[in-house]
Ligand binder design. Structure first.
Ligand code: FAD
Ligand code: SF4
Length: 556
């Protein structure tokens, strides 16, 4: 029987892969999608409407498994969904947390939905502050793709005219909560912007998707699809074209090459049978998420590519970046003591944000370059964030109730700078459960981002003071690297093949029929969240790939 050759094989079905699959299928190309895990059933897998007392371990999962948990999102509500079978190692001195969701749709099933555009302050950063290099794109090239993406997925926000944050095409924002208005009064006095965040969560019906009913616990998945996820917003459109062959539990191992060293297909492990399978295509798109995409590229060795496919530059795996996260201040608002409870945590959304305000007039105004953003949180959450209440019995409960609406905090999102010492490579000693060499992470926070962390703590305290909040403290240290889930770099894009893995369309310089469409092509993680940009860049790269293929310029 002649072997089947697809037009394109896409590895990954999350933000980067899902958008590529939809765009390519709609362009009429036959696509085979490989996804490392299973397909979720929202009716069974999303337990977000259950109360903690309905859960055997009150939502926290089996105590025996807690030591392996990746944190707040990897709990009893999502038991068995986060990936623990595929291991990784860290170099001496590195602490790295790597939460991976290998279900169809990847992390978009559970993401936080904050969806800001990047702009020329990010893309042309090196021209401003002299550090590293500019991205190979200007904002005007990518802006139409942001608009198309926002119209497709629905982003709730307002037009804000901030120099650091281009505005987009928005549905109405979520309302501020009481504590937002109080914190905002402090931010106004300190001169820091306090505005509605950009949230890919529906405040009204949009493109056939229902509006959010503010039940909460979105981080356990939304069973009605009121926030963007790849399985709800991208993959059904691809399936409708009948051009998609989706293979689940298919763990991509390496990219196959032809007699010219170009991509010819993908070898993957069927996780059910543990057998290796080969699938063939005229082009391959890698979108397995930043670190895993680098692993696949580096593990794709052949006589043409002894250091990994398309890695003549030696840059594959280099310049891993991540956001510093951490609580820069916590405390409570005495103004809200004894107020009736209000469901402030109803959407677990970043309803408000403090978009970057530093280094806007001059790139070296602060002790650090570039900038960071912050997110406020607080009020009546499902689990009251109350510290330091003493007492017992009825008095204790009364005090808890009185203070229930009052807790507030700020969290920072500060980008690490690209650094030659932050990278991933393949561990020469260790293999995963399927015999595939694992990735090894080398990463430490740098001086610039740690200065932002200190700055964020100081400004948060000033805002607390200015609005009459009682300051309780802050995290002693930021969260460990990897925790933010916003990793970028490792397969960066640029015009010069000697220094970059892909061109500005995510097409690898060395192998014209091999593309990358996740955040591994980003030059740095900027002060913005990554997913909206992954979607916009993936749409643009996939349209380019389809055009190239149709015009015959892409020959394997
Ligand atoms: C709790 C949480 C909060 C977040 N909050 C935000 C936020 O507010 N804003 C924001 O922008 N981002 C946020 N993120 C991050 C966001 O989810 C990611 O940026 C986005 O999903 C990345 O898209 P991706 O396609 O690169 O990876 P993913 O969405 O993780 O998809 C990767 C895909 O690749 C597949 N895969 C991996 N390895 C292989 C392999 N070897 N073979 C085959 N398939 C493979 C996986 O199965 C998966 O389908 C959050 C994430 C989480 C979990
Ligand atoms: S709050 Fe809205 S988006 Fe979140 S799970 Fe509930 S309905 Fe879905």
């Amino acid at each position: 029987m002649p072997k089947q050759i697809y037009d394109v094989i896409v590895i990954g079905t999350g933000a980067g892969g899902g958008m590529a699959i939809k765009t390519l299928c709609e362009a009429g190309l036959k696509v085979c999608a490989l996804n490392a895990g299973r397909k979720l059933d929202p009716g069974k897998d999303f337990k977000n409407h259950r109360m903690p007392w309905d859960m055997k371990f009150r939502g926290y999962d089996d105590p025996k498994k807690r030591a392996q948990s990746y944190g707040y999102m990897d709990n009893e509500y999502t038991a068995g969904i986060w990936e623990h079978e595929i291991n990784y190692t860290t170099a001496p001195g590195t602490v790295w947390m790597w939460p991976r969701c290998f279900a169809v749709g990847g992390k978009t099933n559970f993401w936080g939905r904050s969806a800001a555009r990047m702009g020329d302050i990010d893309f042309q950063c090196a021209s401003l502050d002299g550090f590293d290099v500019n991205w190979p794109v200007k904002y005007e090239e990518i802006a139409p793709y942001y608009t198309k993406t926002e119209r497709l997925i629905g982003v709730a926000s307002t037009v804000q005219g901030r120099p650091s944050n281009p505005d987009g095409d928005y549905i109405p924002p979520m309302n501020f909560r009481c504590f937002d208005w109080i914190l905002k009064s402090g931010a106004d006095k300190v001169g820091v912007p306090y505005l509605p965040d950009r949230e890919a969560q529906l405040t009204q019906e949009h493109n056939g998707h229902p509006a959010c009913h503010y039940c909460g616990n979105c981080t356990e998945g939304c069973d009605i699809g009121a926030f963007f996820s790849s399985p709800r917003y991208l993959l059904p459109a691809a399936e409708a074209t009948k051009n998609l062959d989706m293979r689940t539990n298919a763990l991509a191992k390496n990219i196959l090459v032809d007699a010219k060293g170009h991509a010819a297909g993908v070898a993957y492990i069927d996780r059910n049978t543990k057998q290796e399978v080969e699938v063939y295509g005229r082009a391959v798109v890698v979108a397995a998420s930043t670190v895993e995409s680098a692993r696949i590229i580096l593990n794709s060795k052949s006589r043409f590519w002894p250091n990994g496919i398309a890695n003549s530059s030696g840059q594959a795996g280099r310049n891993l970046c991540d956001h510093i996260y951490g609580t820069t201040a916590y405390g409570h608002l005495p103004q809200l003591l004894g107020q009736p409870p209000f469901p402030d945590g109803v959407s677990t959304a970043e309803i408000a944000w403090l978009p970057r305000w530093q280094n806007l007039n001059k790139p070296h105004e602060e002790a650090f370059i570039r900038g960071y953003s912050m997110y406020p949180d607080g009020g009546c959450g499902e689990f009251p964030e109350l510290r330091g209440i003493e007492g017992f019995g009825v008095d204790f409960k009364r005090e808890v109730k009185r203070k229930y609406p009052t807790p507030v905090n700020f969290g920072i999102q500060a980008p690490s700078l690209p650094s030659p010492t932050n990278f991933v490579d393949i561990d020469p000693e260790v293999k995963d459960a399927f015999g595939i060499p694992v990735v090894r992470v080398h990463f430490r926070w740098g001086e610039n981002e740690l200065k932002m962390w200190e700055h964020g703590k100081q400004v948060s305290r000033e805002i607390f003071h200015a609005c009459g909040a009682e300051y309780g403290g802050c995290n002693e240290h930021p969260q460990i690297p990897g925790w933010s889930l916003h990793e970028t770099g490792t397969l960066r894009m640029g015009d010069d093949p000697k220094h970059f893995v892909t061109n500005k369309f995510g097409q690898t310089h060395d192998v014209p029929n091999l593309f990358v469409t996740d955040a591994s092509v980003f030059l740095s993680c900027t002060d913005k969240t990554t997913t909206l940009s992954i979607l916009a860049f993936s749409m643009r790269a996939s349209e380019y790939l389809a055009d190239q293929m149709k015009s015959g310029k892409l020959s394997a």
